[in-house]
Design a protein around this ligand. Structure first.
Ligand code: COA
Length: 179
């Protein structure tokens, strides 16, 4: 796609990332996460949190990428070391979000590809992601990119007072994806 750029995020990207983050949550998690929680997401709070995170990464291996279309941020991803102590050989895709206008326009795949390349640069041959079981768009996307469900990986997470189930999907051979 012309006018598309994918690069590492800088602090000045915080507002653009926060905007995508909130819009994408409000769209993708409608009917899944309680509506009052989605309505309460606060842009200023989110910008501050992204500024702090970009200034002082909580984990040294964490890399944040942004996708820009016509110089405007339309998506972001975060990757790094696995948060699961029993999966140390996996890199983790912590997050990947596109702004809703850009769903299904292959930009998410571009971000995914760069994210996995970054994990390979860090030495990982496998990767995984935690995804809400009810997030069918997300799951379909991961399956199209070659991930499979890790059996019995269900765990629960509380979001906005509701208990939701997450599952893990893994890419068991990053080299084999021919990114
Ligand atoms: C999930 C999400 C990031 C996917 O991004 P997207 O831009 O919508 O997805 P894309 O359009 O890139 O998706 C797939 C396309 O990439 C391309 N693609 C996917 N896998 C590919 C592969 N292995 N090789 C080449 N191209 C591939 C294809 O063109 C495919 O389109 P098609 O199968 O529909 O023809 C995005 O929909 C989103 O932000 N969703 C809401 C938030 C969310 O659920 N995030 C995940 C939380 S865990």
């Amino acid at each position: 796609m012309d006018n598309l750029e994918i690069r590492e995020a800088v602090i000045a990207d915080a507002a653009g990332i926060a905007d995508v983050h909130i819009r994408s949550w409000q769209s993708a998690y409608q009917g899944i996460v309680p509506q009052d929680h989605l309505d309460s997401l606060d842009i200023e709070e989110r910008v501050k949190s992204w500024e702090n995170g970009l200034e002082t990464p909580s984990c040294p291996s964490m890399v944040r990428l942004v996708a820009l279309f016509n110089k405007q941020i339309v998506g972001f991803s975060c990757i790094g070391k696995s948060r699961e102590t029993d999966m140390p050989e996996h890199g983790e895709l912590y997050a990947i979000y596109m702004t809703p206008d850009f769903y299904g326009r292959s930009v998410g795949y571009g971000l995914f590809r760069e994210s996995m390349k970054e994990l390979m640069k860090q030495g990982y041959e496998k990767a995984y992601v935690a995804v809400l079981k009810d997030n069918q768009r997300g799951i379909k996307f991961y399956e199209r990119t070659g991930a499979s469900l890790i059996k019995d990986s269900d765990f629960t997470i509380d979001i906005g007072g509701k208990t939701l189930t997450e599952v893990h999907y893994e890419w068991s051979n990053l080299k084999g994806l021919n990114l």
